[in-house]
Design a protein around this ligand. Structure first.
Ligand code: FAD
Ligand code: 2HG
Ligand code: ZN
Length: 528
């Protein structure tokens, strides 16, 4: 028997179950979900206890320091005269959080952090560094997951956190202009006030910078709807290694005047220039948002449900995420919460964003009914209540943090052909056996982007060797991408060749040589 509460969709939250033995789920939903924290990562912060900090990257990865100048008191004096001593960090304890990444997977040994307050200050600092061959690591919110945001050796850290202003948001054109150190969530709040939405959303939004998002070409939860930042970014202002300011700001979607240079700075992870300002095209905020959380009994049915979602939800489909049972279990255990749907090997989170509540609900209902009747969807819950929408999203968004809380987590962010999307999770699970606590797969199914995570109690070199390069070889054999959205940073440089031909890498090196001939910008990252 199929029980499906159509009206509840309109009322706020509904549940549908395939058989009556699942009535318990329905009861729980009627009584309201537990009050989850509204956003998983209120403000991402990790405190650094001595025991939790990783070995120095230079030692763990046996890195030979580049031929850069060693910082002198004279250099520090110069930098203080530019940014002011109150915007300079030299104390060992304070330096720690700028030297260690969010995952605690890498640790640099920088002796100096600079926090410039204007593009001119960034320019003066870079000119000096270039003239004196001092290496620089640009840093945004330090939420990057590939070791790109912290120094490898003793590069100075150039933090963009003071360049944090929203400069303008135009309701008519939909263009938002901000400084690069603006926190994504702040931009989103201000865009919302004029009925717009920032076309990128991710779990780290309360800490990451919009400039950091651009520098990594971050993907996130709604690439399926809005595409990636190469499409939404209208312009950037960037400071080159020699201090020159390149003004590529534009207020137009269409501008075919020569090479599209702004794209060089999108996704180049601070190796070609420092982004100081940017313009983003923001679409109107959707009037109706529905989210369903579904229990599915096989990966084959996950794919069928995705195809059905594209066909039946069409233009209102805004996100299609997948979690396996181990991912959901981690989220539930570490955050001590319950899921409205439980006991399945796979779960899907499907979101629609549109402009007509009744029309969208009707479409969603049709999609769900078809899925239930065919047996592809076994169980689920749907809501359009904003609070409940957040609760459901938090089941998914908590997964990365939950896995880090297992102790240590090896994270892989790969693009794979959809038909073979999940097999690597099962293969890897067999391969690493008891060396790991959990092997799991989740992520942006709608973009063919799998987050393959292996958690363990603490970093283990043996486990590391069992996973790498195996995961990258496997990905490459399937013609996938070894980095779908997080970038190459420091941790993936060895594997760039698994996704790019040598002549493309050579061209990247020529561009780097042209823009940063002394190699001072984020050395040891992206290119080896
Ligand atoms: P940082 O981590 O500080 O830096 C990232 C890189 O960009 C570094 O190489 C740095 O040198 C460079 N950089 C930073 N700012 C500038 C600048 N102004 N100019 C030049 N170079 C600069 N990523 C996704 O793609 N999708 C997700 O869904 C996603 N979810 C996440 C969830 C969590 C919980 C966490 C912790 C991370 C997640 N990430 C995700 C990864 C990360 O948040 C993104 O890569 C983000 O874009 C990094 O922004 P940031 O400001 O923290 O940059
Ligand atoms: C996400 O989609 C992020 O949640 C993080 O990209 C993925 O930590 C990860 O592996
Ligand atoms: Zn992701």
């Amino acid at each position: 028997m199929i029980v499906f509460c159509v009206f509840c969709v309109v009322l706020g939250i509904g549940s549908f179950v395939r058989t009556s033995e699942n009535q318990q789920t329905w009861m729980m939903l009627r009584n309201g979900l537990k009050t989850y924290q509204s956003r998983v990562y209120q403000k991402l912060s990790r405190t650094y206890k001595t025991s939790g900090i990783p070995e120095l990257t230079q030692e763990r990865h046996n890195v030979k320091r580049g031929n850069y100048a060693v910082l002198t008191d004279k250099d520090v004096g110069f930098f203080e005269s530019v940014v002011g001593s109150n915007h300079t960090i030299k104390e060992k304890d304070e330096l720690q959080s700028y030297n260690v990444d969010f995952l605690r997977s890498v640790r640099g040994n920088s002796q100096l952090v600079l926090k410039p307050g204007s593009v001119d200050e960034v320019s003066t600092i870079l000119k000096y560094c270039n003239d004196n061959k001092i290496a620089v690591c640009p840093q945004g919110g330090n939420t990057g997951l590939v070791g790109g945001s912290v120094p490898v050796c003793d590069e100075i850290v150039l933090s963009l956190q003071r360049l944090n202003k929203v400069l303008s948001i135009d309701e008519v054109t939909g263009i938002a202009v901000c400084e690069s150190g603006c926190i994504l969530d702040n931009l989103e709040q201000q865009a919302k006030e004029v009925g717009l939405v920032v076309p990128i959303d991710l779990g780290a939004k309360q800490s990451c910078h919009v400039g950091g998002n651009l520098s990594t070409n971050a993907g996130g939860l709604r690439v399926l709807r809005y595409g990636n930042l190469h499409g939404s970014c209208l312009g950037v202002e960037a400071v080159l290694a020699n201090g020159e300011v390149l003004d590529l700001m534009s207020g137009f979607k269409k501008d075919n005047t020569g090479y599209h240079l702004k794209h060089l700075f999108i996704g180049s992870e601070g190796t070609l220039g420092i982004i100081t300002k940017l313009a983003l095209l923001c679409p109107p905020a959707p009037k109706a948002v529905h989210v369903a959380f579904l229990g599915i009994s096989s990966f084959d049915d996950v794919l069928k449900t995705f195809v059905s979602a594209k066909r039946h939800l069409g233009e209102i489909l805004s996100s299609c995420e997948m979690l396996d049972a181990n991912s959901l279990a981690a989220s539930l255990e570490h955050f001590d919460t319950k899921s409205p749907v439980d006991g399945y090997p796979f779960y899907m989170l499907i979101e629609t964003s549109g402009s007509n509540e009744a029309h969208d609900a009707e479409k969603f209902n049709t999609f769900l009914e078809i899925g239930m009747e065919s047996g592809e969807i076994c169980d689920g819950t749907i809501t359009s209540d904003p609070g409940k929408v957040k609760e459901i999203w938090s089941l998914r968004e908590r997964v990365p943090l939950a896995l880090i809380n297992d102790g240590y987590c090896f994270k892989y962010d790969i693009s794979l052909p959809l038909r073979r999307f999940y097999e690597i999770v099962e293969v890897l699970e067999k391969r690493v056996g008891k060396m790991s606590l959990r092997v799991c797969g989740y992520g942006h199914l709608g973009d063919s982007n799998l987050h393959l995570n292996v958690s363990c109690k603490e970093y283990s070199n043996e486990l590391y060797k069992a996973i790498e390069p195996f995961v990258f070889e496997y990905t490459s054999q399937l013609k996938g991408s070894v980095s779908a959205e997080h970038g190459i940073g420091f941790l993936k440089t060895k594997y760039l060749g698994f996704s790019k031909p040598q002549n493309a890498i050579n061209m990247m090196k020529s561009i780097k040589q042209l823009l940063d001939p002394n190699g001072i910008l984020n050395p040891y990252k992206v290119l080896q």
